[in-house]
Design a protein around this ligand. Structure first.
Ligand code: TXA
Ligand code: MG
Length: 371
């Protein structure tokens, strides 16, 4: 099929801009759209065939439930049974925004949308294009992240085109997602309430509303062979992984830098091109030390057929928001350039660092070297 790609300017949009997207959604077809976290692949949440199409387009296992997106808190009582007081307290503080809540589903939500579960995940996004799309369609929109299953999530329309062009009816291009990591997911059906996926809304922020909230054990998992299984079905699959082999190093900054340099030089001397996922603070030292012996590029391919290091700055250790915003884009960039080995740094695991490390550890397939 031909995928219609349409740019919409959030500062200057009209109902007319959404006409095709609304027609597709009402017809049970699929439209990818920007949110403040990542791009979503949307379909009518009430339509089981739309959900089936979402799974097929992504190549996603159909036991992995979708998030239902709404634009009005009043929808909660229609889509969920027995909405707990905590849900309204969280919504009051964090909606619209990057928080997803799991509750008991109402009968109007088909089990195809929830991967067969009796619970449903609900989120009210803050992105103006996402909100307007939901309002114009007059439907709750089921949307997973708009990437091919297993690949890093998409934070730009170009990423969605890479993964889904020809597989869905439409992509709305609304520029880059600000946050860059998927929403925080909390499960309100258990006591104490659990965080199933860390995100921009941190445990520190959530404790202000729910003081006894805890992480699902799988969130902090660091060992591949650990028997802990994630409670969010989607968190148990191989995920976010670049095509190249990613290894991350953990320890004192000085040791981490030396370990990245050593691993890089070793692969270069074996004839491989190497990618470094660098913090802004370390990038300069990587460049000056590696460039003594090898070609180093900031971007692009040197075309000389000799090994080189490609150093990509993911963000600043002093400003974790920059790392969150760029992480998936940089991982995709290494793929686009066919880099076989990628080495990177670990970051402190508190606040937004919990979400960054959760994604990075999975992207590395739990390959963490302690140094
Ligand atoms: O930021 C986001 O949440 C993005 C944007 C598009 O809103 N969406 C997103 O959806 O990340 P997705 O499908 O990639 O991730 C949803 C996660 C999966 O890990 C899924 O297993 C989990 O939420 N999930 C959904 N419904 C659930 C439920 N009823 N119980 C447990 N986990 C659930
Ligand atoms: Mg996803």
């Amino acid at each position: 099929m031909e995928t219609l790609i349409k740019k919409i300017d959030a500062e200057n949009m009209t109902s007319e801009d959404f006409a095709e997207a609304v027609a597709f959604l009402r017809g049970g077809q699929l439209v990818a759209f920007p949110t403040e976290t990542v791009y979503g692949l949307g379909g009518d949440a009430f339509d089981p065939t739309a959900s089936a199409r979402i799974y097929a387009a992504k190549g996603r296992p159909s036991d992995n439930p979708l998030i239902v997106h709404i634009a009005d808190i009043a929808e909660l009582a229609k889509l969920c049974e027995d909405v707990p007081e905590e849900a309204y307290a969280l919504a009051e503080k964090f909606w619209p925004g990057p928080l997803t809540m799991i509750m008991k589903k109402a009968d109007c939500i088909p089990k195809e949308t929830t991967g067969g579960l009796s619970t449903v995940a609900i989120r009210m996004p803050s992105h103006p294009i996402a909100r307007r799309l939901i309002q114009e369609a007059g439907l709750p929109i089921a949307a997973p992240s708009a990437n091919a299953s297993g690949r890093p999530s998409t934070t730009k329309a170009e990423h969605v085109i890479e993964d889904l062009d020809g597989r869905i009816e439409m992509i709305i291009d609304g520029g880059s997602s600000d946050i860059g990591l998927e929403s925080t997911i909390v499960d309100l059906t258990v006591k104490p309430v659990q965080i199933l996926r860390p995100g921009y809304i941190t445990i520190e922020m959530l404790k202000e509303v729910i003081p006894d909230i805890v992480y699902d054990k799988a969130v902090l998992k660091r060992e591949r062979n650990d028997s802990i299984v994630a409670r969010a079905p989607g968190m148990k699959y191989r995920h976010y992984a670049p095509k190249g082999e990613l290894v991350i190093f953990e320890g004192e900054p000085e040791n981490v830098m030396n370990a990245v340099l050593k691993a890089t030089e070793e692969k270069l001397s074996q004839g491989y091109i190497v990618g470094i996922l660098a913090s802004e603070e370390f990038a300069g030292d990587y460049v000056s030390r590696i460039s003594k012996n090898w070609p180093v590029l900031g971007a692009g391919v040197n075309g000389r057929g000799e090994p080189f290091a490609l150093i990509e700055v993911v963000g600043s250790r002093d400003n974790e928001e920059t790392i969150a915003a760029n992480l998936f884009d940089k991982l995709r960039d290494f793929d686009a350039k066919g880099i076989p080995y990628i080495f990177g740094e670990c970051f402190p695991g508190d606040n937004l660092g919990a979400a960054i490390m959760n994604r990075l550890v999975k992207a590395a397939g739990y390959h963490i070297e302690k140094v």
